[in-house]
Design a protein around this ligand. Sequence first.
Ligand code: HEM
Length: 778
Amino acid sequence: MSSNATDFASPLAHAGLAGGSLPPQVDYVLDVISNATISTWLFTLLAIAVAYDQVSYWLQKGSIVGPRFKEPFVGPFLQSLNPKMEEYIAKWKSGPLSCVSVFHKFVVIASTRDMARKIFNSPSYVKPCVVDIATRILGEDSWVFLDGKAHVDYRKGLNGLFTRRSLEAYLPGQEALYDRYFKRYVQITKDAGGKPVPFMHEFRELMCAVSLRTFVGHYIPDSAMKKISDDYYLVTAALELVNFPIIIPYTKTWYGKKAADMVMDEFAKCAAKAKVRMAAGGEVTCIMDAWIRDILDSKKWREATEKGLSTEGLTKPALLLREFTDMEISRTLFTFLFASQDATSSACTNLFQVVAQRKDVLDRVIEENYRVRNGDIHAALTLDQLESMTYTRAVVRELLRWRPPVIMVPYKAKRPFPITENYTVPKGAMIIPTTYMALRDPEVYENPDEFDPDRYYSGDAEVKGAKNYLVFGTGPHYCIGQQYAQLNLALCLGKASLLLDWKHHPTPVSEEMKVFATIFPKKRSGDKNGDEAHRRPMPGGSAPGPRESDDGPPCAARALHHSQQQQDGRRRPSSETTAVAATPPAAGNRGDGDGGGREGRAMVVVGIGVRSGFFGRRGQQDLEFRRARPSRLSSPHYSIAHSPFYASTFPSSLFPQVLAHIRSPTQHNNNDPSSPGGGVTIIDVREPSEVRETGRIPGAVNVPVASAPDSFHVPEDEFEDRFGFPRPPRDAELLFYCKAGVRSRAAAGVARDAGWARVGEYPGSWSEWFARGGKVER
Ligand code: HEM
């Protein structure tokens, strides 16, 4: 018996007994271990794991702000299911760097402008990151996951899709789509018996439709467009922070992947059609056309030069592109949809709400749009005209500052990142710069919590805030669609201002923001969503498609960089600012004397009936759309002050001085005073496509201020990478010009702000140069 007992004792116990020389405490421990039950073992293992989790949190946290103790394993997971704007703001205010740890993910949050910029501009330490499932949806080899040179090179090949020439070509398709949708908006209000209905869903669908029209043009049938608008939300739903590593059938990730595959299949079909049409000499009408045109031009050019044939009559591509398969084109365009949809939906929703509440702003938008269209509210716009609408564009710019759709942009530390002298972000940690704090910085923006488009119209916000305007990120991954996005929002607002009246009735919470991937106005807690599925035909007549169910998420995600914030894709952001019916205004009498409701004021504001509920539900009676009365447009009610001319260190017409500097047409960097350029670096700040179209002042280099507003603020090595020439030293003399002297003013301000003192502008700019017969370099 006793020998049997020894045989079955644990080896450790046995060793202890056999040795006979262990101290009694060790003997006691061995005894406890040998007699431990399974539950004791499990409990002990759990305690060790908790201790490990806690200690590793402390080690990673180091000196930065963050909770002293981490809830074992999960961290603040439950709070993150329902993120609140106030909590984010409190976190950002807690310190320039703070942290949380959710499950196994250690997250560093950077709140100040300079910390945020440092992250965006440190590609050797960080790379953009998305939730794990995103790689399965987009494909591991998607261009957005490329890093370093591979990313830069791929991106260069896409730049041609966002040039002025290309953006101009997309305009007619966009205008036609807005016409269709705006007619439908009026019909929706009619169908609702003149009562307001929730409209946020409509805006989301509108943005989805306009994106599809811009990306793949008319190659996509209406039925597919409808299906994509309806099903895209499944992609968003799949992008949760915590997913199973494999895709299990009938789970959210499975549905999301299916929806993404469906969109990509449709896009691939479009690519096949576009290739045929473009090869037959078709005009560019969408991004897909522009890309295929560039591919075909590259092919022709390459073949001609390889065979030693004349290239006369061929267009020399800015960059020689390889051939791309239909699926490659499709997958890249899908990343555009993936990146843009939530952000533009948020911006559009907020834009309608904010402008409806401000009669003064809306009237100035109307005046400008009416004037630029020479009194014809249906007139189609050229890109020049759209760009000339400085007030409407200022409204969009300010909206994006005030309600930035992307408040956080997650990156991941590729290696230990010494972000400050005292703190190194551990390798593998997520590191999230926020854009919000920089955009509300009182040092840069006077009364930053106020919505004031004038700061971008007649004020100096563009110049003073050149480093702060992180709405579209900065550094190598800055938003490739930023110009397009802003112009498109201006087009949408301008057209709506002329064609529609809309009205919004603020509720006590409609000025509060709900964080759901992006930010949206909140709904009242008492509001019900209604249980009737919201099905409307596509404007233009295609069949009604299914709508997401009540507990479904919004259709689209600006998910490339911040989908981690969205924890529960199937919950709706409950943003349901209400609006009630009102009578459309007579000319010059918008707002019925109420003067336009500012936030928090429950008053009638006249305009299109806009209800910013996330999902249109007929029962909610929030918005009202009416066709705008032409009478209100008959006389402009405002005289609009134009921005004062920015003080220049140069005389008002520089033509002779500039001429004197230009001796060598090929001189590209005139920093050397003994060089033919006379020591002045002449900088053309127009977009590269404009420079290509017209040519430039000989010797000028190109730093496009609109697409690279942080130009002179970027570090020296990155400057050369981005603009293709060494950054001029701080004592260099810089001379800026653009098309007509407006952008050059902003660019000169940016350079001064960044520390260059010898800065001048050429007020007459290219228009004067060309008109006076100045030499042109191509
Ligand atoms: C108001 C609308 C938009 C906002 C606020 C916005 C914002 C952003 C931000 C913050 C980033 C990350 C930048 C960084 O990491 O430095 C980004 C990246 C990106 N955006 Fe946008 N975006 C908008 C619209 C669009 C549109 C319309 C498109 C497509 C046409 C687009 C395509 C992209 C792409 C492809 C990237 C990734 C670029 C890269 O990794 O190189 N975005 N966007």
